[in-house]
Design a protein around this ligand. Structure first.
Ligand SMILES: [Zn+2]
Length: 343
């Protein structure tokens, strides 16, 4: 079983060439929402925008799909296809505190923008797809190549040991990261259309993630690991049959939280949609019903002009299905606090 060790005790800026010490923490959240059932909160999620979240637990900080572009900026999504950002991130790239790990669902500019790609320090660990690994670690040469990229295939896992956490005697705080399936393009007859095929070529392979926060003996892998809080991140996927394997594999294992990428992304443009490449409200509800998490938090829902399914549609679908009590809505800059049981 693959494993890496991360030491969160060294305060370093996530960007290269930064001489100044990074801020010790993020600027205060605009609003804070908490899990209702437990007051012993020891973990948090801060929603920065698009699919960018800062997850903190046991001193470790994981940043997902870093995108720090601003309203009016454009991303290039493929030949002749660009999209304009409509919102601002809740924090700026240079305002980030120390970050220990990047979790990148796929190599697309609205999830890893050019400035982020140029700026991040090259020894910052990145867990991502084999496709993104190729672009970040192999295509780039010399000093420009990222040196700590860990590719994960679907259902492949990596253990992250947290140096300096725990008492050194019993099990240590550990994160088990597993690649989940995802399909960013619809399967089926649409693929025979030539125009569609051109669009398909620009959509990179994508992962979802199962992030399991728990305790284990370092290096011993699955045999000692006990999960205490399980987060499923959908990634930019459509509701496809491949996802049905997730509840099969995690049968009898509670999914505490799902971070769902919505938006109903339409390419080449929301005004002339040929292809939908992320879930809209209807598919989002189907995924909630398939995964059946304790709680869902929608992300990736209104930041770009190619998003055609507004969050209110998902809200409405959840209400109609009687699931309004199982969802928390975060605005950019909001924080969600939750509790990971101790070992
Ligand atoms: Zn996206």
């Amino acid at each position: 079983m693959k494993h890496i060790t991360i030491d969160p005790r060294e305060e370093r800026a996530p960007t290269r060439g930064s001489s100044a010490n990074p801020p010790l923490s993020l600027s205060p959240a605009k609003a804070t929402k908490e899990a209702l059932l437990d007051a012993t909160t020891n973990a948090s999620l801060y929603f920065i925008g698009t699919a960018t979240i800062l997850l903190e637990w046991q001193g470790i900080r994981i940043l997902t799909d870093p995108n720090f572009l601003h309203a009016g900026d454009h991303v290039h999504l493929g030949p002749g296809v660009t999209s304009q950002r409509l919102t601002n991130p809740a924090v700026e790239l240079h305002e980030l505190p120390r970050v220990d790990l990047i979790l990148l669902s796929h190599y697309h500019e609205d999830h890893f923008d050019k400035k982020v790609e140029d700026s991040l320090r090259r020894d910052l660990p990145i867990i991502t797809t084999p496709h993104a690994n190729h672009h970040l670690a192999e295509v780039k040469k010399g000093d420009d190549a990222f040196r700590c990229v860990h590719p994960l295939d679907h259902f492949e896992s990596l253990f992250i040991n947290i140096a300096g956490a725990g008492d050194g005697q019993s099990k240590q705080p550990t994160i088990k990261m597993t690649g989940m399936p995802g399909k960013h393009v619809p399967p089926g007859p649409a693929q025979v259309l030539r125009t569609t095929n051109n669009l398909l070529g620009m959509v990179p392979p994508t992962n979802g993630w199962m992030v399991e926060l728990g305790y284990g003996v370092p290096d011993w892998g699955d045999s000692t690991f006990e999960c205490r809080y399980r987060i499923y991140i959908s990634g930019d996927t459509l509701m496809v049959d491949d996802l049905k394997e997730i509840p099969e594999r995690y049968k009898d294992q509670k999914i505490d939280l799902m971070l769902i990428h919505l938006g109903g992304t339409a390419i080449p443009h929301a005004k002339a949609p040929l292809l939908m490449v992320t879930m809209d409200a209807v598919q989002g509800l189907q995924l909630v019903q398939l995964i059946n998490p304790e709680l869902t938090i929608p992300i990736h829902y209104d930041d770009y002009d190619v998003f055609q399914s507004p969050l209110k549609d998902f809200k409405h679908a959840m209400e109609k299905a009687g699931l309004q009590g199982k969802v928390v809505y975060l605005d950019r800059g909001d924080k969600y606090l939750f509790s990971v049981q101790k070992s």
